[in-house]
Design a binder for this molecule. Structure first.
Ligand code: NAD
Length: 284
């Protein structure tokens, strides 16, 4: 089956990025969210991002209009009925996702593949909430979606090879490189990245060096484009803590214990860029 229309559930940070990537690649995107305001914000965000491409000269005004015309929005889940593949990118909460998936499983055609962009919930467990565990898969995009080139394709225990191939093809169509990953907490990238950031917080807590020096060390010594503490501010300290807690509880290995300073900063409301203060201070 040729995949031409993608249903996207959730119009937040990831949902609008996925919609933009699909529309730029010539696919239609039907974005569904419970919040009308989130849908409006999503269209504004995509439009603003395309405007930057127009200013840079990589897109014409006419192309921008064509891309925008491929994105439709709705607050009704019924709008997903005619789509060829559905990507769930709603709030990271297992109970919410299970409810969404049970509902969409009943609406979508039996042959439709359902993918989830979850960062931390077991693909096998989410698949079991649907009547199509063979046509259920993890499709983990990276933020910002239009820029980041990777998609982790995560197989649940019952995901079929045909499903993995279909979503890997879609990722390539979006100009991304897919990597196949077994279902396991943190998948590959967060399993490696988040403990590295956590270790940087330990280094800061132990007074090994200042935040600026730790970040300069990893930028200049390892060629990372951004230091781990600045990256943590970008991702959000609360998100970083949540990932470490998932890794710690899944593997029960002390190497994943969250740094106490990270927890304390989250308790203090210092969540990084989004609150104006984290390891660095930001102007609002
Ligand atoms: P977000 O909070 O920006 O957006 C979530 C959206 O889901 C909101 O607009 C909300 O209104 C909507 N929503 C909530 N309940 C819904 C429902 N029942 N039906 C339809 N829409 C509903 O979240 P986000 O950062 O875009 O994350 C979305 C998913 O992507 C999560 O699973 C997250 O773990 C994953 N993810 C996030 C990032 C990131 O950097 N933000 C990276 C990779 C994966």
């Amino acid at each position: 089956m040729s995949i031409q229309t993608i249903g996207i559930i959730g119009a937040g940070t990831m949902g609008n990025g996925i919609a933009q990537a699909c529309a730029v690649a010539g696919l239609n995107a039907v974005v569904q969210d419970v919040s009308e305001a989130a849908l409006e914000r999503a269209l504004k965000t995509v439009s603003g991002s395309l405007d930057r491409s127009v200013r840079k000269g990589t897109l014409t005004e006419a192309d921008k209009d064509t891309v925008m015309s491929r994105i439709t929005t709705s607050t009704s889940a019924d709008s997903l009925a005619g789509t060829d593949l559905i990507i769930e990118a709603a709030t990271e909460n297992e109970a919410i996702k299970i409810k969404i998936l049970q509902n969409v499983d009943a609406i979508a055609s039996p042959s439709t593949i359902i993918a989830t962009n979850t960062s931390s919930i077991s693909i096998t467990r989410l698949a079991a909430a649907t009547g199509r565990p063979d046509r259920f898969v993890g499709m983990h995009f990276f933020n910002p979606v239009p820029v980041m080139a990777l998609v982790e394709i995560i197989r649940g225990l019952r995901t079929s090879e045909a499903t993995v191939e279909a979503v890997a093809d879609l990722a390539r169509k979006l100009g991304k490189t897919p990597i196949g990953v077994k279902n396991s907490a943190g998948f590959v990238v967060n399993r490696i990245l988040c403990p590295m950031i956590n270790e940087a917080v330990f280094a800061l807590q132990e007074g090994l060096a200042s935040a600026e020096e730790i970040d300069a060390g990893m930028r200049l010594g390892c060629n990372h484009p951004i230091g781990p503490l600045a990256l943590c501010d970008l991702v959000g300290l609360d998100v970083q803590l949540a990932v470490m807690e998932v890794l710690y509880s899944n593997f029960n290995d002390s190497k994943y214990r969250p740094a106490p300073l990270l927890r304390e900063m989250v308790d203090a409301g210092m969540l990084g860029r989004k609150t104006g203060r984290g390891f660095y201070t930001y102007d609002k």
